[in-house]
Design a protein around this ligand. Structure first.
Ligand code: ADP
Length: 319
């Protein structure tokens, strides 16, 4: 394998740049040329390829976002789009691909292997931490630290005014961010997509805290009652309790990656090149209990990765 391409896709995540840098550096050491595909699957279809070297990947380890850019590309979800992409891959003499993204990106990568036999490995790049087969995903640690800083600030004002605040954090299908920051910020209640939110229980919790006291409720955006807005509305309808809502939104994606994310991104970058050189394909390269893991791409979305029960239990005890 002489030429390997890397791209970032779907939602951007802090640490993707550290990952690209590690892939380029590892490629150099292994005598492999590394190509960057600009703009995810859209760039693959359009043939936006660029040779990477140590100068192009210098001074990016601490930067948020992704220098390779990213995209959502509906065209790639169609067979014809993937035929165009495979044509470009072959035209540029690429022998193997590293796809950094979430489960959508992995679905696409799986198709490239199944339909075109192009060796491809995925690496977990998403702030949601919702991929099975790795303890943590690249970007998660930064996202929870960013969210925690923002929540601490909101708690100051909630405390000063004795108000009830619903703070919504990202996580369409998974409550990892909500549960971790809920514990880290001393929230009075945590609502996650994995469990049903009980408005009566929440109201009792608010009463225990005191209606005129600070109460911070952390809500994962995928909560079945409709996120922070939905829960706040239901509480008001049923009990006449008014509240403030703060949706943290895209602030959670940006910013300089934490040390943990930089190290994870670097380690998975090096390991992904090595996996391709060992002949592995159609897998995700992750990390579990400190060990590098190789798991079939399909398993990363078929298997559910639950929020660990020790965290849920802890949140219940501490609130
Ligand atoms: P993420 O990788 O962060 O989950 P998306 O779900 O937006 O982000 O997926 C990124 C891209 O992956 C999509 O824009 C699309 O091009 C491709 N993709 C997603 N789902 C599929 C699928 N079922 N088949 C082929 N490609 C897909």
């Amino acid at each position: 394998m002489k030429r390997i391409a890397v791209f970032t896709s779907g939602g951007d995540a802090p640490g993707m740049n550290a990952h690209v840098r590690a892939i380029e550096r590892t490629g150099e050491k292994r005598g492999v040329e590394v190509i960057g595909i600009i703009g995810g699957y859209s760039g693959m279809i359009l043939g936006h390829f660029e040779v990477l070297d140590r100068f192009r990947t210098a001074n990016i380890i601490d930067r948020g976002g992704t220098v390779l850019k990213t995209s959502r590309c509906p065209e790639f979800e169609e067979v014809e789009g993937r035929i165009k992409a495979a044509h470009e891959i072959r035209k540029h003499g690429v022998d193997g691909i590293i796809a950094c993204g979430g489960d959508g990106t992995f679905h696409g990568a799986h198709c490239m292997w199944q339909e075109h036999g192009i060796p491809i490995v995925g690496t977990p790049g998403t702030i949601d931490n919702d991929l099975w087969g790795t303890d943590f995903t690249i970007g998660y640690d930064t996202a929870i630290n960013t969210a925690a800083q923002a929540i601490d600030k909101i708690r100051d004002t909630a405390d000063s005014h004795g108000r009830l605040f619903f703070i919504e954090v990202m996580g369409r299908h998974a409550g990892f961010i909500a549960m971790d920051v809920g514990i880290a910020c001393g929230a009075e209640y945590v609502a996650v997509p994995e469990t049903l939110t009980d408005i009566d229980e929440l109201y009792q919790r608010i009463l225990t805290q005191g209606l005129d006291k600070r109460t911070v409720v952390i809500v994962g955006e995928g909560d079945e009652l409709g996120g922070a807005m939905g829960i706040s509305k239901k509480l008001e309808e049923r009990y006449g309790v008014s509240s403030k809502i703060s949706i943290l939104g895209h602030i959670q994606r940006g910013g300089s990656p934490t040390v943990r994310d930089r190290v994870l991104a670097s380690r998975l970058g090096a390991a992904s090149i090595d996996a391709l050189l060992e002949g592995k394909t159609d897998i995700m390269v992750g990390e579990m209990s400190g060990q590098i893991t190789h798991v079939p791409l399909e398993k990363t979305w078929v298997e559910r990765k639950p929020v660990p029960s020790y965290l849920t239990d802890l949140a219940y005890i501490l609130v």
